[in-house]
Design a protein around this ligand. Sequence first.
Ligand code: NDP
Ligand code: MG
Length: 385
Amino acid sequence: MKKVIILGSTGSIGTQTLEVIEKLEEKYQVIGLSCGNNIELLKTQIEKFNPNVVSIQNKNDALKIKETFKNIKVLYGEEGLIELASNSEVDIIVIAVSGKIGLKPTIQAIKNGINIALANKETLVEAGDIVMDLVKEHKIELLPIDSEHSAILQCLQGNSDSFINKLHITASGGPFLFKTIDDMKKASISQVLAHPKWNMGKKITVDSATLMNKGLEVIEAHHLFNIDYDNINVVVHPQSVIHSAVEYKDGSIIAQMGFPSMHIPIQYALTYPERVNGIKTNSFDFVKCKNLTFFEPDYEKFPLLKLAYQAGKEGGTMPLCLNAANEEANSAFLKGQINFFDINYIVFKIVENYINIKKPTIEEIFIEDNIIRKKTIDLIFKNFC
Ligand code: NDP
Ligand code: MG
């Protein structure tokens, strides 16, 4: 029986992870859960999965949970997430929180020798070099949940990394693929959140509409698979059937495909390298699937994708700057403080004026992250509020 902890169990990836675990029946035991504000859903999850320990974002909510569930350990705040990630009993920890809050617990888990199923892409964007060095040093397994990276991992099985020529990362194109820049400038929050293919948390859905999500994924792929940015190609594929592909030196391309479903990559990260009969997804009918189309990304409509390549190539703290500025601009858009297209302007402005630290320590990463977020918030208040 494998013991699992899920950080962010009330979110889109967290709830789907629990659905997968239910279908894996007796093989997996949930020993820890965590949530942000949705304590009602956490209560239901505690009743169903009976964990030993939970962590909640704020102290008052934690006290409420403790009153109801006297026999479990209740933690709170970032410290609570870090303590969960230090649990020596666990076999695999699923990092399914959204945004920068994932970084410290991930580092903690690696240092404790715990295998990780990583959904939180911001962690590798902010501190990919340091995280991947720690993964090697502590000899843990870090398995991607993001569907494109899971696809690449699946396409790499049985082949040496030295045979790789290129990675092809697919992008659905989001809700504005066939819209104009003018449409994007007028877009409401609900239009931005209406993703045509994937039902996800709000932050990543906004990132999918600017294609920043794809930019973050390019940086994530560079770190996970140690591939140069020039050998990572993004291709827009609106049907989201091919989840990504590896092109080998002999000209063969191996792609991973299926209907869009996060259950498959989540399950693969939990059961890797095995493939098991778990949660059922619709079976794919090649004959019915008549149109698989592919386009080059439009960098005028989606300039953040290009900026992500540039930031990734510069390395150091530049990707951190890109991510922190984007996270703050994304949040300001969701609060109604700025328009959708302003996200591009804000991220560009912060990145353009940023002085990169080439080989940051982890302490410098945390310090820079705070400075960049403060600068971004100041810029938003001065220009938009
Ligand atoms: P959601 O917003 O749906 O879920 C985020 C989870 O994190 C929730 O459980 C939330 O709690 C919790 N949380 C948020 N802030 C805090 C905090 N400060 N302290 C503790 N817990 C917190 O996000 P997703 O599930 O969509 O995404 C999670 C991560 O996975 C992101 O990094 C995303 O980029 C990545 N990812 C997601 C995919 C998807 O299909 N959704 C696909 C590929 C990657 P609560 O809801 O209780 O407030
Ligand atoms: Mg993805």
